[in-house]
Design a binder for this molecule. Structure first.
Ligand SMILES: *[C@@H]1O[C@H](CO)[C@@H](O)[C@H](O)[C@H]1NC(C)=O
Ligand SMILES: *[C@@H]1O[C@H](CO)[C@@H](O)[C@H](O)[C@H]1NC(C)=O
Length: 461
C-alpha cells in the first residue's frame, strides 16, 4: 500500500512539474515570438509598412511582402493595439504605414491587374515574375484586420476623419483601402483563384471563409459609417458564400474538402487550410465555428494521417502530433521531395483545440454527433453519438480538460522542436525534426502568439 501511494504521488508531481515547465516555456516563447515578429515589420532596408515573410533571401527567398502573411501579422499588431498596447503611438504609426503601403499596392501596376496580386517587393513595387495569381484571400484578411484597427483607432483617438479618408470613404470608385478590398471581395469571390499555399486554382474553403467574414464585418462597418447600401450588398454576398461553403462537405468520406478544383492532386481532400479557415474566418455567428462537428471530423482525420506519415511523430509517441499542410505535400521548404510538418499548422491545431473548448463553454453543452464522435472519443472514450453533455457534468469537464491538454500537447511539440534560442522556422524535417525552410518565418511567430492567446482565454479577434 505504502509503495503504491508513494508512486502515485511521484507520478502526480512529475506531471505537475511538466505542466509548469511547459507554461513557463510558453510565456517565454510568446515574448520571443512578439520580438521576432515585430523584427520582420518594416525592417531596415524595406519601405515603411512592408512586412517581410522571412528575412531569408535565398534557399528559399521569402524576402517579400505577401499580402496574406502580412495581413495575418498585422492582425496580431491590431490585437495588441486593441488590448495590452492600447494608445501605443509606435503601433499607430506602424499600422498607418501598413495602410499606406497597402493602398499603394492596390493602385500601382500589377501583373494580375487586380487586388489579388499576392506578393510585393520590399520597396513596395509589385512582383511581376510568374506566380500563382490571383490569390483572393489576402484582401479579405486585410479588410478584417483594418476594420478592427478602424474601430480601435476611433475609440482611442476620436479621429474619424483619418478613417473616412484613408480606410473607408464610402465612395465608388474608392480611394480607401478597406472599401477597395471589400468591393473586390464582394465582386470576385465566385471566381477561381490560387489557394493559400499558392499551388491549386479553384474555389477554396479557406479563401471563402475569410471572404465571408470580411463581408459580414464589412457590412457592419459600412453601416456604422452610413454606407448602408454597401452594407446590404455585402451581407447578400456573404449569404451566398455560406451556401457555397456548405457544398465542401464530403459526406462519403466525412470531411470538409479543401478545394473544389479540377486540377488538384490532393486526393485525400484533407488540408490544415480548413482549420486555418475557421481560425481566421469564423464570423462569430455559429456558422463553421471552432467546435463545428464537420470541422472536428476533418481535424481528427488530419491528425491521424500526420501521426502515421511523419517519422518524428510515430517514433516519438510521447509528444503530440507535428502537423503539416496536407498529406500529399511534396514541398520541403526549398524545393520538392517530401513534405514536412509546419510550425504554423501545429500551432493552428493547438489554437483550434483551445477555441473549441472556449466555444463549448459558451454553448454550455457538448452535442455528440456521428461527425465529431471520433474526435471527442480522444478525450472521453465512452462518448456516444446523440448524447448531450451539459456544462458541469463529468463528461463535459472531461472533454474540456482533454481539449486544453490536447492543445498543450501541440505546443509541447513546438517546444520540443524549436531552436534553442526560441527562433522558429517554417518547417521541421519530417525524419530528424530540425527546423528547415525559411528561418524566422513571420507567420510562424504570429500563429504561435494567437495559439498562446487562445490558451490564456483571451483569443485574438
Ligand atoms: C523562462 O525564462 C526565464 C528567465 O529568462 C528562465 O529563468 C526560465 O528557465 C525560462 N523557462 C523555460 C521553461 O525555459
Ligand atoms: C477594441 O475593438 C472594439 C471593436 O471590436 C472596440 O469597440 C473597442 O473600443 C476597442 N478597444 C480599444 C481599447 O481600442
Amino acid at each position: 500500500m505504502v509503495s503504491i501511494k508513494f508512486s502515485l504521488i511521484a507520478v502526480c508531481l512529475a506531471a505537475a512539474t511538466t505542466n509548469a515547465q511547459l507554461a513557463s516555456w510558453i510565456t517565454n516563447e510568446t515574448s520571443i515570438a512578439y520580438t521576432k515578429m515585430y523584427a520582420n515589420i518594416q525592417p531596415s532596408g524595406t519601405v515603411s509598412g512592408c512586412v517581410i515573410a522571412s528575412p531569408s533571401k535565398s534557399n528559399p527567398d521569402y524576402y517579400y511582402h505577401w499580402v496574406r502573411d502580412a495581413a495575418m501579422t498585422m492582425k496580431v499588431v491590431v490585437d495588441q493595439y486593441n488590448t495590452t498596447r492600447a494608445g501605443d503611438s509606435t503601433l499607430v504609426s506602424m499600422l498607418k504605414n501598413f495602410v499606406t503601403f497597402s493602398r499603394t499596392g492596390q493602385t500601382e501596376y500589377t501583373r494580375c491587374g487586380c487586388l489579388g496580386e499576392p506578393k510585393f517587393h520590399v520597396d513596395g513595387t509589385s512582383y511581376t515574375g510568374d506566380w500563382g495569381r490571383p490569390q483572393n484571400d489576402g484582401p479579405a484578411i486585410r479588410a478584417t484586420a483594418l476594420i478592427k484597427f478602424a474601430y480601435s483607432y476611433i475609440a482611442q483617438t476620436g479621429d474619424v476623419a483619418y478613417v473616412k479618408s484613408k480606410l473607408y470613404d464610402s465612395a465608388l470608385p474608392t480611394y480607401s483601402v478597406i472599401k477597395a478590398d471589400l468591393e473586390y471581395v464582394a465582386h470576385n469571390w465566385q471566381s477561381t483563384c490560387f489557394d493559400l499555399w499558392e499551388e491549386v486554382t479553384g474555389l477554396h474553403f479557406f479563401t471563402l471563409m475569410v471572404q465571408r467574414r470580411a463581408l459580414i464585418e464589412g457590412a457592419a462597418f459600412a453601416n456604422y459609417l452610413g454606407d448602408t447600401g454597401a452594407g446590404t450588398s455585402y451581407l447578400q454576398q456573404a449569404a451566398s458564400i455560406l451556401t457555397s461553403l456548405n457544398t465542401f462537405w464530403d459526406s462519403s468520406n466525412g470531411l470538409i474538402q479543401t478545394s473544389l478544383s479540377s486540377s488538384s492532386s490532393k486526393t485525400s481532400g484533407l488540408d490544415t487550410a480548413q482549420i486555418l479557415g475557421v481560425l481566421h474566418g469564423y464570423a462569430n455567428d455559429g456558422q463553421f465555428s471552432p467546435n463545428n462537428d464537420k470541422l472536428l471530423a476533418t481535424t481528427y482525420l488530419l491528425k491521424q494521417r500526420f501521426q502515421n506519415l511523419y517519422p518524428i511523430n510515430y517514433n516519438n509517441p510521447t509528444y503530440a502530433t507535428a502537423i503539416g499542410r496536407y498529406p500529399e505535400d511534396v514541398y520541403n521548404g526549398v524545393g520538392t521531395s517530401q513534405g514536412n510538418p509546419w510550425i504554423l499548422c501545429t500551432a493552428a491545431f493547438a489554437e483550434l483545440y483551445y477555441k473549441a473548448a472556449i466555444t463549448y463553454n459558451q454553448d454550455g453543452k457538448i452535442y455528440v454527433t456521428s461527425n465529431n464522435l471520433n474526435f471527442l472519443k480522444q478525450f472521453y472514450s465512452s462518448a456516444t453519438s446523440g448524447a448531450i453533455y451539459s456544462s458541469g457534468s463529468t463528461e463535459f469537464t472531461t472533454i474540456i480538460n482533454g481539449l486544453n491538454a490536447g492543445g498543450d500537447a501541440f505546443l509541447n511539440t513546438i517546444k520540443w522542436h524549436a531552436n534553442t534560442d526560441g527562433s522558429l522556422g517554417e518547417e521541421w524535417d519530417r525524419t530528424r525534426g530540425y527546423n528547415t525552410g525559411a528561418a524566422d518565418l513571420t507567420w510562424s511567430y504570429a500563429s504561435f502568439i494567437t495559439a498562446s492567446l487562445a490558451r490564456a482565454g483571451t483569443p485574438a479577434f
